[in-house]
Design a protein around this ligand. Structure first.
Ligand SMILES: C[S@@+](CC[C@H](N)C(=O)[O-])C[C@H]1O[C@@H](n2cnc3c(N)ncnc32)[C@H](O)[C@@H]1O
Length: 383
């Protein structure tokens, strides 16, 4: 240990320490700017970097991931507790580690990966992992790698377990060793995923089944939001039977469906028709009205909103509902057809946040979001 108490890190090979995030294909610039801004804020606050050094993410259009090289293993270790996935909007998953490892066309990729992994911080910092996963980007390149990943997994697990990196008892809470392949598996990043600071879906791809009775695919967006923004206890509390909700832009009813499934009462506001089976439950009150003029006569628990409108207008609407006390929890979707998407989202969050600074506020581009971002706001998260 050093005087500061940090572990002694011996950096034995030329791989660069880095943080990386998985993102939606085409959103690499947004994810990269966001990651660089967040990391430089953390590193300057902790005094690790001076104000002068500009961090720059490495982004390739349509690669579906972004990496941010760091200056040292100390920076990496300093960041690992402070950089939270929940603070990032355009990241689906967060991993820390080293790379890139260039594998070229090597027939046996397991051996060089195991050697490099055993040779880097993973070995020298004494971190052990509870299991190994192989991941790849969510794009066409990644699709071609699914079969390859399955093939390489057993040999890699064997080599890493033999080297002592993966514990045999598979203790929970330990990080997960993640080999991320890209560029047709010619390159890899050797990283770890922290189970307490990551998506429940290892590659950030939310694998949810479309319920056969759901009136639209959009239903998966709201279901994913419930999982991304709330833990199990929070879901049990915030989505309990008997609560009331207003669904703005509800037709045909994919979002309403999620609330009815949880035995909540919904006022569905839309000039379009609502699904017949949903209406037959007797728990939906359909109002053919304009979302921007409708206000409930008595406060409701939830406002959910999926209207296709300018994000600034939707943010202003949510801020009004919060300020005027019409609801206690909000989930809304911001459509982002413009170029400056990150700036637009940040402006919207500022407007919503200013309505009540004590509210919890979070935003994420979900797996089921396209050119969109989903926002969650809550007056409280527990009883
Ligand atoms: C993306 S769709 C909603 C899909 C719905 N969330 C679902 O899961 O089935 C957007 C809806 O917003 C409605 N809409 C657009 N502008 C509106 C407005 N000003 N007031 C009410 N509804 C509006 C449209 O009629 C459309 O049905």
């Amino acid at each position: 240990m050093t005087e500061s108490g940090a572990p002694v890190l011996k950096h034995l090979n030329p791989l660069t320490p880095l943080v990386m995030v998985y993102c939606r294909e085409g959103f690499e610039a947004d994810a990269g700017q966001e990651l660089a801004a967040k990391v430089s804020e953390i590193l300057s606050l902790t005094g690790i970097i001076g104000a002068k050094r500009q961090l720059q993410a490495v982004t390739t259009l349509n690669s579906a991931f972004v990496m941010l090289p760091l200056a040292s293993a100390e920076e990496l270790m300093g960041l690992r507790k402070k950089l939270r996935l929940s603070s990032l909007i355009f990241a689906r998953q967060l991993a820390f580690g080293f790379g890139p490892l260039n594998l070229g066309d090597a027939r046996d990729r397991a051996a060089p990966i195991a050697a490099a992994a055993l040779d880097t911080l993973f070995a020298t910092a004494g971190i052990q992992y509870n299991r190994m996963v192989v991941t790849y980007p969510d794009n066409n390149d990644g699709k071609e790698l699914t079969r390859f990943s399955k093939l390489v997994h057993p040999a890699l697990t064997k080599a890493l377990t033999k080297g002592g990196l993966i514990t045999k008892n598979g203790a929970r809470g330990l990080p997960i060793f993640n080999v991320f392949f890209y560029d047709r598996a010619k390159s890899a990043l050797l990283t770890w995923i922290d189970p307490n600071n990551s998506s429940q879906w290892i590659d950030g791809v939310a694998r949810l089944k479309l319920p056969p009775a759901a009136p639209s695919r959009s239903t998966l967006k709201l279901e994913e939001a419930f999982h991304v923004f709330m833990n199990k206890d929070q879901r049990d509390y915030l989505l309990r039977p008997g609560l009331t909700a207003v669904d703005l832009g509800a037709s045909p009813g994919g979002w309403t469906y999620q609330l009815i499934k949880r035995e909540m009462f919904v006022t569905a506001v839309d000039n379009g028709p609502m699904d017949n089976a949903l209406m037959a439950t007797g728990m939906v009150n359909h109002k053919e009205a304009d979302a921007f003029h409708y206000k409930p006569k008595t406060p409701v628990d939830w406002l959910i909103c999926d209207v296709v409108e300018q994000p600034s207008r939707v943010a202003k609407l949510a801020a009004e509902w919060i300020r005027e006390g019409h609801c206690r929890y909000v989930i809304l979707n911001l459509k982002l057809p413009m170029k400056q998407r990150r700036q637009e989202v940040l402006k919207c969050l500022e407007v919503i946040g200013a309505a009540n600074e004590n509210w919890h506020l979070a935003a994420r581009q979900l797996y089921h979001d396209r050119r969109e971002v989903t926002v969650f706001a809550a007056s409280r998260l527990a009883p």
